[in-house]
Design a protein around this ligand. Structure first.
Ligand code: FAD
Length: 378
């Protein structure tokens, strides 16, 4: 493999003087968290030497492999979260997601993200969770009014004959454009982005990159999401694989907007050309899905197929245009972690299934932690 283009070779003198130059902040991971962190750092302190490294040439984690929901949590999911956390904590996280989305759309104009607030809903196939969720609608609407300023965000409805709680403020976007534009923005602001750099070890002040050697920085940010434990098994982020399927174009478009089922474990949304994107069902085999490996689990896929055929899209002709998996990262109690794990090394990971909404806010919080909460000019 001596003449191959990959993996990278040790630096030449010229490369060393440019690529290996010590950074002020080195970010491992060029997903939404890493890129948003770079943008926030450079907004606060233009001229800061920020470097982002990522092991993949094409994205591998979650940021471009998700479902493109700009969502905050459905009543069924939030009630489920309240089994482990207080009501205030759960709504606190909803508020952060809302703030995060506002921040994202201030970094990248909504039209360029293909962001559309079509509204969405949560579908119920069983009576008991439906009744519990309906009972909670007035409380949820009070919290949502405080967070969004909007009235009656959640409302009972029937969609395609299925009991549904509609959510008027949910949106969708194009995750590929989101990451491409964030990357462009980070570059224009002065960040250096290096792909194909797999970090194998992290210590205070330096990371080891496979095939290259050490890169030095005053501060290091691990925005490594579901892959975090591959770097250090003691770090508190668990991987979880997510499955997504896109149908072939159908004769009509029965679902318009973003929808959820079963406490958020299943999610589906409309796509152009009458296609439906659906993902989830990892809860059918959680042990196998706690992995960083790609690959499709037949138990999970069958769960999705059965739901489509039996309930959501009975007219479906069975055509699948595309399917893929991505890797999420979960912090303790589904909460994101921003924590100094070694001197000068910050972990920013565990955005669970809501990173589109949360990522920009996490980036800003990391920048505040590194630079202080006031803007500094050079
Ligand atoms: C199937 C699926 C559907 C989802 N749907 C939605 C949704 O609709 N809405 C929503 O809000 N969220 C959704 N999510 C979650 C969301 O995508 C994530 O929360 C978010 O993308 C996390 O961003 P991140 O930057 O923290 O991590 P990632 O995007 O995973 O980025 C981490 C990066 O770190 C790099 N990396 C890791 N280890 C190393 C290393 N050692 N050296 C170098 N580089 C390294 C990886 O290559 C990767 O590019 C979904 C996730 C999946 C998997």
């Amino acid at each position: 493999m001596g003449n191959s283009l990959y993996p990278p070779k040790p630096f030449s003198l010229w490369e060393k003087e440019v690529y290996a130059k010590a950074a002020d902040v080195l970010i491992v991971g060029a997903g939404i968290t890493g890129l948003a962190t770079a943008c926030s750092l450079l907004t606060k302190k233009p001229g800061l030497r920020v470097k982002i490294v990522d092991s993949t040439i094409a994205p591998a984690g979650a940021s471009t492999r998700n479902a493109g929901f700009a969502c905050f949590g459905t009543i069924g999911e939030l009630l489920d979260d309240m089994q482990n956390r207080s009501e205030q904590e759960v709504w606190g996280l909803v508020e952060q997601r809302w703030e995060g989305l506002k921040l994202l759309t201030s970094l990248i104009p909504p039209a360029q993200l293909f962001y559309e607030q079509k509204g969405g809903g949560e579908v119920f196939l069983e009576d008991e969770p439906w009744e519990k969720a309906c009972d909670y609608i007035p409380v949820a609407n009070r919290f949502m009014k405080e967070i969004t300023g909007q009235d009656e965000v959640f409302q009972k409805d029937t969609v395609n004959g299925l009991k549904t709680i509609r959510c008027s403020v949910e949106g969708m976007l194009h995750s590929g454009h989101m990451i491409e534009l964030l990357e462009q923005r980070a570059l224009v602001m002065g960040a250096g982005i290096r792909r194909g750099y797999a970090v194998t070890h992290v210590e205070a002040g330096a990371v080891e990159v496979a095939g290259i050697g050490k890169l030095h920085a005053d501060k290091i940010v691990l925005a490594t999401n579901g892959y975090t434990r591959l770097l250090d098994d003691q770090l508190p982020i668990d991987p979880a694989r997510g499955y997504v399927l896109v149908t072939t174009p159908q004769k009509s478009r029965p679902w318009e907007g973003t929808f959820h089922y079963d406490r958020g474990y299943v999610y589906f949304r409309s796509l152009n050309h009458n296609r439906l994107l659906i993902g989830g069902c990892r809860n059918l085999d959680p042990k196998t899905e706690a992995t960083t490996q790609t690959g499709i689990n037949p138990v999970v896929k069958n769960g999705v197929l059965n739901l489509l055929k039996d309930a959501l899209l009975p007219e479906w002709d069975g055509g699948i245009e595309q399917e893929w998996t991505g890797i999420m990262g979960f912090g303790p109690d589904k909460l994101p972690v921003i924590e100094e794990v070694k001197p000068g090394v910050l972990l920013a990971a565990g955005l669970s299934g809501m990173g589109v909404a949360l990522g920009s806010l996490i980036g800003r919080k990391v920048a505040d932690k590194i630079l202080g909460s006031r803007t500094v000019s050079v």
